[in-house]
Ligand binder design. Sequence first.
Ligand SMILES: *Cc1c(COP(=O)(O)O)cnc(C)c1O
Length: 447
Amino acid sequence: MRYYSTNDPNTTVTLREAVVRGLAPDRGLYMPNSIKRLGQEFFNEIHALSFQQIADEVAMAFFGEDLPETDIRRITEDTLNFDIPLVEVSPGIYSLELFHGPTLAFKDIGARFMARLLEYFIAHEEEKTHKGESVVNVLVATSGDTGSAVANGFLGVNGIHVYVLYPKGKVSPIQESQFTTLGHNITAVEVDGVFDDCQRLVKQAFMDAELRNHLVMTSANSINVARFLPQAFYYFYAYAQLRAFQLSGKAPEGEPVISVPSGNFGNLTAGLIAHRMGLPVKYFVAANNANDVFLKYLLTGTYCPQPTRQTLANAMDVGAPSNFARILDLYANSLEAIRNDIRGDAFTDEAIKDIIRDCYHHTGYILDPHGACAYEALRRHLKRNEPGIFLETAHPAKFKEKVDDILDTDIPIPQRLSAFMKGQKKTVAMSKHFPDFKEYLLQSSGE
Ligand SMILES: *Cc1c(COP(=O)(O)O)cnc(C)c1O
């Protein structure tokens, strides 16, 4: 499969180039040249298939021209060794719990898949550095969630070194422990600055000609096709589980409405791609926090990126969603077509608190602040006797202090999270000035 840049549909690259580059040289985002429709038989039988079988089918549609089937199966197997259950919260409303992976957040899935795919390319095509070693450097700036998922996804993967840049003192201890205690091929870089400084350092590194000559560098956020596309798998699996409920008379009939808590819109865009592959979805709801540029776009037709606002649902604090370019591309810039498939909603911090409280009191289900936006957006849009699914993107214990504060609870920290806290923190101290970071990268890669 060839991949084109959203800024230039006429120039295409291979999957490997798209993955290793991350962003296209013209600053566009890579899109697959064609999106295959899956057969009706697949959808007729989907309720009887395992997550693994579903993921293999979808992964073959994406990557089957580029990798042998046995390798694709091995990669999906390594990626998806945990369940993604669809849980009934109230009649007709289902939570797709995406948080049963190693760092209890949905980004685990894309990060793990990307790590295995890169590993495959390195093993097969030998990305040579100037010293003849095989190393691809993954640079990632994080305010918490992305860093932990990427670091854990890439831990121990041959030929890859990960640098996680994070703002000193601005990440919760539990999140910090998830990428500073790992060691091996993961280096945590503690930047004396804010998240925007970390992001700027990473961007400058990608643009620096001298660094590019010395190092192979890529990004691991949702601009990377290898992280973004595998997120389509669980939309199919959600549908499969819903079908099983419907066939046993437990769920309302009909195509589901799917609500997605959105920041950079990678997750939602993966759902749109699943829909394009034939997945029956009535429509999607893009649920936002106070960063509501997408909702404003739907309402007014004008897209105005905004400075980021800090909210309770901080993994969605994005004022200029990078995957917006992909959505425009998928719908050939048609506002009408976009409105047909996607509705929007947005919630203030006060609203998020009320939602978490109300849901807990009426159903007993504990939402995290991100899932809370999706849950309420779904409830507002869903009609009687329609089935609805919202994506629960993080375990509430990841936001324990906030959730306990709102609900007056003491939710237990899963053993997987507390285990990180016991590790030894190891970081590299860094100023927020690019020449210091550059010097460090050049030195550590030359060792
Ligand atoms: C990253 C993240 C989101 C937003 O996902 P996008 O793909 O950036 O829209 C939502 N919830 C949680 C918990 C996240 O970590």
